[in-house]
Ligand binder design. Structure first.
Ligand SMILES: Nc1nc2c(c(=O)[nH]1)N[C@H]1C(S)=C(S)[C@@H](COP(=O)(O)O)O[C@H]1N2
Ligand SMILES: [Mo]
Length: 217
């Protein structure tokens, strides 16, 4: 069974160069993304590649809601936007400081949809068809949990989960679902993809070691 550290890894954009591309990382020898402690993103996917955006992308908000939402990227951009500059930290140890994120607050989407009883959590899906995640409603409503469409001050790239991904600032990177397609309001916490392999459901950076139960991978 593969642990998180053995997930698909590719060389990401070096943040020290701002919008520096994977090209410059490759120019440094191709393994720049694997330097221990280096400020590089590792580009993760649990499928065989990075799924292309559907031609008519829509983010669906459904489940225990008053109004089902289907939002295009333009719809999301028209909502009040929040810009954060925060670190991104994977539970496997790599960390990228000072990443610029822009998006709508997840809590704002929930307000628009209108959450109904007996809702307690969200089940989040990716259009890669495999990756899932969970958040309690209280976690989802935190001010630094975004449905992000810009990263590093440019539209999210396909590799980083474009056109839309989640950014859960206070939690480890595995909560930040890439290629976000659907947010379902549900009546119980359903553990997400990595959580089914033993990673913590409440993935607070610094307050969780990222894992529950026996070591995996
Ligand atoms: N759909 C999807 N989302 C995902 C993942 C993934 O494999 N698939 N990996 C997660 C993990 S473990 C991390 S650390 C971050 C990595 O984000 P990045 O690929 O933009 O660096 O995405 C998270 N979201
Ligand atoms: Mo991660």
């Amino acid at each position: 069974m593969l642990g998180l550290g053995a997930a698909g890894v590719a060389v990401g954009a070096p943040v020290a160069n701002g919008l520096g591309s994977a090209l410059s990382a490759l120019a440094q020898g191709g393994a720049a993304g694997l330097v221990p402690g280096g400020d590089y993103f590792r580009l993760y996917t649990v499928t065989s590649g990075f799924p292309p955006a559907p031609e008519h992308y829509r983010l669906v908000v459904d489940g225990l809601v008053e109004h089902r939402l289907e939002l295009s990227v333009a719809d999301l951009r028209a909502l009040p936007s929040v810009r954060l500059v925060r670190p991104f930290q994977c539970v496997t140890g790599w960390r990228v400081p000072g990443v610029h994120w822009t998006g709508a607050r997840l809590g704002h989407l929930l307000d628009l949809a209108g959450v109904r009883s007996p809702a307690v959590a969200l089940h989040l899906r990716s259009f890669d068809g495999v990756y899932t995640e969970s958040l309690t409603l209280a976690q989802a409503r935190l001010a630094d949990v975004l449905v992000a469409y810009d990263m590093l001050d440019a539209p999210l790239t396909r590799e980083h989960g474009g056109p839309v991904r989640l950014y859960v600032a206070p939690m480890y990177g595995y909560k930040s679902v890439k290629w976000l397609s659907r947010i379902s309001v549900v009546d119980r916490v359903e553990p997400g993809y990595w959580e089914n392999f033993g990673y913590a459901v409440d993935a607070w950076v610094g307050r969780s070691n990222g894992r529950t139960g026996a070591p995996i991978g």
